[in-house]
Design a protein. Structure first.
Length: 441
């Protein structure tokens, strides 16, 4: 294998570069893709590389995977940066790839930050990918559906890389301290919780985690025995944050999310925003908070303001696209909206009540009138007999019993008078009155 590069004039040696995994056995995270037997693992191990795109946030291993492929493949590997390269460089690479192909060789072209190429630059790759002159591997932090030309994207397999978990980052940091390429030759003293604190601060980014550790070691206190001591105060200085405001897996984690939830339920936007800030600034995963807000939108607001669910889902998507710190304002938007919205737990109560009956009567048969009847035998057995298509009815309502006999007349959804749910309550009463009249005829 021969490597070329248009983006790396020399080797820099920060900790993240020194500790870059040399093969898949050293790679941390992305087990959904790189676990033994998984598709990407098999592709790399067998050197059967096809055009692909790695999509994920910074510091999760996109470039590292490309380097592993470079070390593994028998093809010529060209490392190309969209930040520093243009059409001239593209043409030069394509010409070299064509010549390599004439002698039966293959060229793998890795394009970092591929979303930074404009349409014309991306189009320059297309004919060579189609002809098989190059195998394209792109890395991007942006959604490839929006940032990569459709024709080019259709010829690539997209692999989604996730932010690293706190425990995965802690594992990586432990290796950095023990590995000779890291700080294996030093005696480093720090509190047991320090690695977890660094991992929490890094928020899924391995590069940030390793850079933070390196800064801490460089600023550590040198002792007479040759050891380097790292204190919580040094961590706070290097990160401009308190070292660990709360344990993400411990009691305080649940106390804070409870405080956020109950502040929104009590229509207190100031308290809700405060608890939100406490969580985010401690390094909490913004997607975790966003998921809790989505739940709140239906559990505590519901049909009193159906727009609340849309606001919550939009905030989740914004967190997914942007991450911290940018997405903090989107979560604030959602949290304040939930706090100010009219409240109804009628949907939550409806499901809990129905769940209780469903668990007690799992074998309760579906009424024949609303069963599907795809076969002749089912029709002969009465499946679907008497079914009335509501859309064909004058009032768009049909007089049919849809609950099992033992639950006839049971009411689960009990709308409140709050917000827009007052309108739904009136509509439900109209429907029930209509059905009572039909039953009396």
């Amino acid at each position: 294998m021969r490597q070329m590069s248009f983006s790396d004039g020399g080797q820099s040696q920060p900790l993240a570069a020194r500790l870059r995994p040399r093969d898949l056995s050293e790679f941390v995270g992305q087990t959904h893709l790189l676990g033994k037997g998984k598709v990407l693992y098999n592709i790399i191990e067998s050197d059967k590389i096809s055009s692909m795109v790695f999509w994920g946030p910074p510091g999760v291993g996109k470039t590292t995977l490309a380097r592993i492929i470079a070390n593994r493949t028998r093809s010529e590997f060209v490392d190309f940066s969209a930040v520093t390269s243009g059409i001239k460089e593209i043409r030069s690479v394509m010409q070299s790839a064509e010549q390599n192909g004439n002698f039966g060789g293959k060229t793998i072209l890795f394009v970092d930050e591929i979303h930074r190429f404009n349409k014309a630059q991306q189009d320059a790759f297309l004919p060579f990918v189609e002809k098989g002159s190059i195998i394209l591997i792109g890395a991007t932090t942006e959604n490839p559906s929006f940032e990569i030309n459709g024709a080019l994207l259709s010829r690539c397999k997209v692999f989604v890389l996730n932010a690293l978990k706190t425990e995965e980052l802690a594992q990586l940091l432990s290796r950095a301290i023990a590995d000779e390429r890291g700080f294996g030759g030093m005696k480093i003293s720090m509190p047991d919780k320090m690695l977890e604190a660094i991992a929490v601060f890094a928020n899924g980014d391995a590069r940030t985690a390793l850079s933070t550790l390196e800064m801490l070691v460089l600023n550590g206190i040198s002792r007479g025995d040759g050891s380097v001591e790292i204190t919580p105060e040094i961590l706070e200085q290097c990160t401009s944050k308190k070292s660990l405001l709360y344990d993400k897996s411990g009691e305080e984690h649940y106390n804070l999310i409870s405080a956020l939830h109950k502040s929104m339920r009590n229509s207190d936007p100031d308290a809700a925003v405060y608890w939100l800030a406490r969580m985010l600034e401690a390094g909490e995963d913004p997607l975790y908070v966003a998921r809790r807000v989505v739940r709140f939108a239906s559990e505590d607001v519901g049909l009193a303001d159906s727009k609340a669910l849309g606001v919550a889902v939009d905030a989740y998507q914004a967190c997914h696209f942007l991450g911290m710190p940018e997405c903090s304002v989107h979560l604030t938007h959602a949290v304040v909206y939930m706090s100010m919205a009219p409240k109804s737990n009628a949907l939550y109560m409806a499901y809990e009540s129905a769940k209780s009956d469903a668990l007690k009567q799992l074998a309760e048969p579906v009424p024949l009138v609303i069963r599907n009847a795809p076969t002749r035998l089912m029709k002969e057995l009465g499946y679907g007999e008497g079914y009335k298509y509501a859309h064909n009815m004058k009032d768009k309502l049909a007089d049919m019993q849809c609950l099992p006999d033992s639950l006839e007349g049971r009411q689960y959804y009990r709308p409140t008078e709050e917000g827009l749910e007052k309108k739904y309550k009136a509509r439900l009463e109209e429907i029930k009155e209509w059905k009572r009249q039909m039953k009396g005829k």
